[in-house]
Design a protein around this ligand. Structure first.
Ligand code: FAD
Ligand code: NAP
Length: 335
């Protein structure tokens, strides 16, 4: 990984016009999910006086869910919104300034890192922690929103437990779908794997794992067109071989409907400067949160195609703050 344009904290210059509009901070955190707030807790305790911008979804993905039962420290479980309010309070307790705003443009080419929020407020930061998360893709059916939190989920590890002994469906044919289906097969009575083509995109090894489970039934060449149920998902309407002369409507009875058709990392605004993989996940130096731009760090789901859990996001947020603090002390020592 090649580093671009080293940061020179001592010699940063700007003109008088800029001085009026630009605010200078030591540590800027973008995103208010578990990664962003944890980075804020550590950065503020390290006297980096962080400013955190929340983005559109204050509190992140967990504010869209009800029960979080797998986050350590809450033995009785906690709702997602409550947990994220606790994170925020803890970050503010140590002095983090939390503001609403969306990063709309960045300039990581110069001596310091510039991030503009809502197209009108520019922050100049010695260090930036990107914690903008990833968004699960949905099929776009009206019934997906209708049953959000009532049988529709994009995270088997998070919600699978609620479907113990029940029948569920997973949509998708990639590695994530294979992984989610095998995870659910260990908990549920039956798992339908709804695949739109007649082949799986998943790697051979994952395909072999799926085929080992007798309670996974693959519905080849099926597409979901609707979900139904009185007080939650009770079934799905599928079309087999859609658009062909053999087209057939199929209804399956299920209690849970899991999307596994990919995620979109929220990295597009940084892509001009920060290296990503093909999907868009920010690349970090293994074992750290360092990106290819010196002084810019990435934490949480935006750099994690594998785990995507609140606790792993929080863990990497902690790492990012420590990496930023060490970067600042090393850079200042050098000058
Ligand atoms: P996110 O929580 O995604 O937060 C990203 C933040 O970045 C948001 O605040 C957003 O507003 C902000 N942002 C995005 N773009 C910009 C921008 N341009 N400018 C400024 N800010 C921006 N995990 C568990 O461990 N247990 C569970 O039970 C669980 N349940 C889940 C249920 C659901 C329905 C979903 C969707 C996910 C669930 N997860 C669960 C996964 C968990 O929510 C994520 O792994 C975790 O939230 C990732 O944290 P993060 O901080 O990386 O990003
Ligand atoms: P992916 O590889 O892009 O697969 C997405 C799957 O969803 C594909 O099968 C696709 O079908 C299907 N799909 C997309 N849109 C759909 C729609 N509208 N309706 C029905 N099906 C739809 O995504 P992923 O599985 O999340 O994997 C992402 C990356 O992470 C991959 O590189 C993968 O290898 C990696 N990963 C690895 C592991 C592992 O090694 N353990 C685990 C998880 C993920 P088509 O095939 O027809 O396009």
């Amino acid at each position: 990984m090649e580093f671009i344009k080293p940061l020179d904290l001592q010699n940063a210059t700007r003109n008088d016009n800029d001085r009026e509009q630009i605010e200078k901070v030591r540590c800027l955190i973008i995103g208010s999910g578990p990664a962003g707030y944890t980075a804020a807790i550590y950065a503020s305790r390290a006297n980096l006086n962080p400013v955190l911008y929340t983005g559109l979804e204050t509190g992140g993905q967990l504010t869209t869910t009800t029960d979080v039962d797998n986050y350590p420290g809450y033995p009785g479980g906690v709702t997602g919104p409550h947990m994220m309010e606790d994170f925020k309070k803890q970050a503010e307790r140590f002095g983090t300034v939390v503001r609403f705003g969306i990063a709309t443009t960045v300039d990581f080419s110069g001596m310091t890192h510039k991030v503009t929020f809502d197209d009108n407020k520019t922050i100049e930061a010695d260090t930036v922690i990107i914690a903008t998360g990833a968004t699960a893709k949905y099929l776009g059916l009206p019934s997906e929103s209708k049953y959000a939190g009532m049988g529709v989920s994009a995270c088997a590890t998070c919600d699978g437990f609620f479907y113990k002994g029940k029948d569920v469906a997973v949509v998708g044919g990639g590695d994530t779908a294979a992984e989610e289906a095998t995870y659910l097969a260990g908990l549920c009575r039956k798992v339908y794997l709804i695949v739109r083509r007649d082949v799986l995109r998943a790697s051979k090894i994952m395909q072999a794992k799926v085929l080992k489970f007798s309670n996974i039934e693959i519905l080849w060449e099926h597409q979901t067109v609707d979900l139904f149920g009185e007080n939650g998902v009770e079934g799905a309407t599928l079309i087999k071989k859609k658009g062909t002369s053999d087209e057939e409507t199929v209804r399956i009875k299920i209690d849970g409907f899991f999307l596994a058709i990919g995620h979109t990392p929220n990295s597009s605004v940084f892509k001009q400067y920060v290296e990503t993989d093909q999907v868009g996940y920010i690349k970090t130096v293994p074992g750290t949160t360092k990106t290819n731009v010196e002084g810019v760090f990435a934490a949480g789901d935006v750099q994690d195609p594998h785990y995507r859990q609140a606790v792993t996001a929080a863990g990497s947020g902690c790492m990012a703050a420590i990496d930023a603090e060490r970067y600042l002390s090393e850079t200042l020592t050098m000058h």
